[in-house]
Write a protein that binds this ligand. Structure first.
Ligand code: MN
Length: 670
């Protein structure tokens, strides 16, 4: 008798279907009988199709489809994605044909099923193949990102049931997941899927280490919980007193994989040695409340300098938004505690990706499926082009850029449309037409008027690129190009011209060139030496003791590296210093020169004040390194900012703009 048809399994499958429908109803607006019926049909069709198959565990194969669909529901997909997830293995594993799927469930569900099947055939074998797999994956994704949603859910379930799988296959699946699917989930911003996969891969690849670490974490759990409870209480009390409405204040756990990565990075053996296991998250209703909460927290506990990050004003590449800060003294702790502050919408977005967020925003909309499709079809048109890029670093940068940035359409004089990231320049446009056009570009007319090459294009502009044979790209272009493909092509061209032992990649005549390092069109400016505004950031810290060596004396605009002299202080070398090259790599630290300024803003407190400050600063590329608030009188709020500035003029402008913010009484540079 067939396993899948035993009364026990039939009863379980009935129950599972009810669970699925219940979960969908929870987020899907107006799920009517016809829609429910479609899910039911897909469900029983798949159940029947897989009836003769079983998993490595001996259980009926269909349980995999049920489990994968339940995982998928976490990101609140549309109807077609749900049905296609239930049906995703039918074509590969059963006699059912794609045509039959189309007849029964429609063209798009067929497309999704075939898409998943194609990706499934992608196997990781050796280095070169790896990138090839990635490309295929993204070509599929370029057509419909929902294929990837299904594949991720499928992969998570497979990873969680590897116990019964032969060891060799097990390792392969885990490695492949870590190298391909984890970064994909990350770039799509589906944090929940990313961390689930990381831990499952870790468990399968390093079972002993995983076991050890999870035991360590279990043992220290009591201490952690006690602290988190006390800290939560303190923050709740503070917010209630200030009458800030919040959704939740809670502790958050790091996933095991990232704990293990952290241990390795810091050379530690035990979880008790790393401190940022302890983290808190405050979730509020309104955007502006985030900054109010931040202000309150900073005025009660000492913030650690350099740890404040405003991902609301400047979101991460994958769209992640939140405020991060690390404070000392929370619940009498001697250890710094990281606090994340975000709205409910930002939270959903961060955990389950943009798709879930859209669903959340549109719960009252009856056109859920249409909107979902529209909202996920933004996966950029030029993904196919990006998949040609050879190095994976550039590749991921391109992907993330394409996923997060707004796009504009710009036209050639003949009316061909090029799709570019917002704020693109004529150089981006030139490379979008052809690599040679980009490389040989020397000028551009925008709507008939000559404009500088770093001119910011607007949607609908008609751009005419002027070229001259034999020209080579200017490295300065790298500073303003917006599209990853242009950046990549410029870099490639520069590399081919600078490496003496390499032939140029194309047939163009070999041009000997000196790389220009002065800004385009400007006279060479020699930076003055260091002054009191300059500050050197070593690793992630400022204010560390350092001095300059005799072998090279870097100027403020040059790239630098800090060298740790046996615990005394740091020596700051030029990055290309010959002496530095001979020193021990382990003791070299990343460093950069920044222009640092400090100022205070005194204002009558109001909602949205910090958000306004932050917007003015980030608009001008001024980076908030540290911020502290004081409330000497009831209504007065004094913020002390330490910022990194691009140049003094921009800084002066920002100071003036801050002066104009509502309720601001005084801005004072200190
Ligand atoms: Mn599957």
């Amino acid at each position: 008798m067939n396993l899948a048809t035993t009364p026990e399994y039939q009863a379980q499958f009935e129950q599972d279907l009810n669970d699925i429908l219940y979960q969908v109803e929870h987020y899907y607006p107006n799920l009517d009988e016809a829609k429910k019926d479609k899910i039911k049909r897909a469900y029983w069709f798949a159940e029947k199709a897989h009836q003769n198959q079983s998993r490595f565990s001996g259980e009926p194969y269909f349980i995999h489809l049920v489990a994968a669909t339940k995982i998928l529901l976490q990101i609140q997909p549309d109807l077609e994605t749900i049905c296609a997830c239930l049906l995703h293995d039918v074509i590969e594993d059963t006699p059912v044909t794609p045509d039959e799927i189309e007849r029964r469930f429609g063209k798009r569900i067929r497309f999704l099923c075939e898409g998943v099947e194609k990706i499934t055939k992608v196997r990781l074998q050796g280095k070169e193949r790896e990138l090839e797999s990635l490309r295929k994956l993204f070509v599929a994704m370029a057509k419909d990102v929902r294929v990837i949603f299904i594949k991720l859910a499928d992969r998570i379930h497979n990873l969680s049931t590897l116990d019964h799988v032969p060891p060799e296959k097990r390792t392969r699946i885990a490695r492949e997941s870590l190298q391909i699917y984890v970064p994909v989930a990350d770039r799509l911003g589906i944090h929940e899927f990313k961390t689930q996969m990381e831990d499952l891969c870790f468990k399968n690849l390093n079972p002993e280490e995983y076991e050890m670490l999870s035991n360590q974490i279990k043992q220290s759990k009591k201490v952690r919980e006690k602290f988190i409870n006390a800290a939560e209480k303190e923050i709740r009390k503070l917010l209630t007193k200030a009458e800030v409405e919040f959704v939740t204040v809670g502790g958050r756990d790091k996933n095991l994989y990232s704990v293990s990565e952290k241990l390795k990075k810091k050379n530690c053996n035990h979880v008790s040695e790393i401190h940022d296991l302890l983290g808190l998250r405050v979730i509020v209703n309104e955007h502006s409340d985030c900054y109010r909460v931040l202000g309150l927290i900073h005025s009660h506990w000492k913030p650690m300098p350099g740890r404040f990050k405003d991902y609301i004003a400047v979101p991460k590449a994958n769209g992640y938004q939140s405020l991060h800060t690390t404070v000392l003294g929370l619940a009498q702790s001697k250890v710094p505690t990281e606090i994340q502050i975000r709205t409910k919408a930002m939270h959903l977005d961060a955990e389950y990706g943009p798709a879930a967020h859209w669903a959340y925003k549109q719960t009252s909309n009856a056109r859920f499926d249409e909107d979902y499709l529209e909202k996920t079809s933004w996966i950029p048109e030029d993904l196919a082009e990006i998949t040609q890029i050879k190095s994976s670093e550039h590749f991921f940068r391109s992907i993330s850029e394409s996923l997060s940035a707004k796009r504009i359409h710009v036209l050639t004089p003949k009316g061909d449309v090029k799709n570019l990231p917002a704020h693109s320049t004529p150089i981006d446009f030139a490379y979008a037409i052809h690599t040679d056009i980009g490389n040989q570009c020397f000028g551009a007319k925008v709507n008939g008027i000559i404009k500088p090459l770093n001119h910011e294009l607007s949607a609908g502009d008609v751009v005419d690129i002027m070229t001259k044979a034999g020209r080579v790209p200017n490295p300065e272009w790298l500073k303003f190009v917006k599209s990853a493909s242009a950046r990549h092509k410029i870099q490639a061209s520069i590399n081919s011209h600078t490496k003496e032992d390499e032939k140029p990649l194309d047939n163009s005549p070999r041009v000997k060139t000196q790389i220009r390092t002065t800004p385009l069109g400007a006279a060479p400016v020699r930076e003055a030496g260091f002054n009191s505004d300059h500050s050197i950031i070593i690793g992630n810290e400022s204010g560390l003791g350092h001095h300059f060596p005799k072998c090279c004396s870097p100027l403020p605009h040059q790239e630098i590296v800090a060298y740790n002299t046996r615990g005394r202080d740091f020596v700051i070398h030029q990055k290309d210093c010959k002496i530095l090259a001979k020193l021990e790599d382990e003791r070299k630290l990343e460093a950069q020169v920044v222009m640092q300024k400090k100022f205070t803003i005194t204002a009558k407190d109001r909602v949205g004040l910090m958000r306004d400050y932050s917007a003015i600063l980030s608009e001008r590329d001024i980076f908030i390194w540290d911020v502290k608030f004081k409330k000497p009188k009831n209504e007065t709020l004094i913020g002390t900012f330490t910022v990194h500035i691009p140049d003094s003029k921009t800084f002066r402008e920002a100071m003036q703009a801050l002066q104009g913010v509502d309720n601001v009484k005084e801005v004072q540079v200190i």
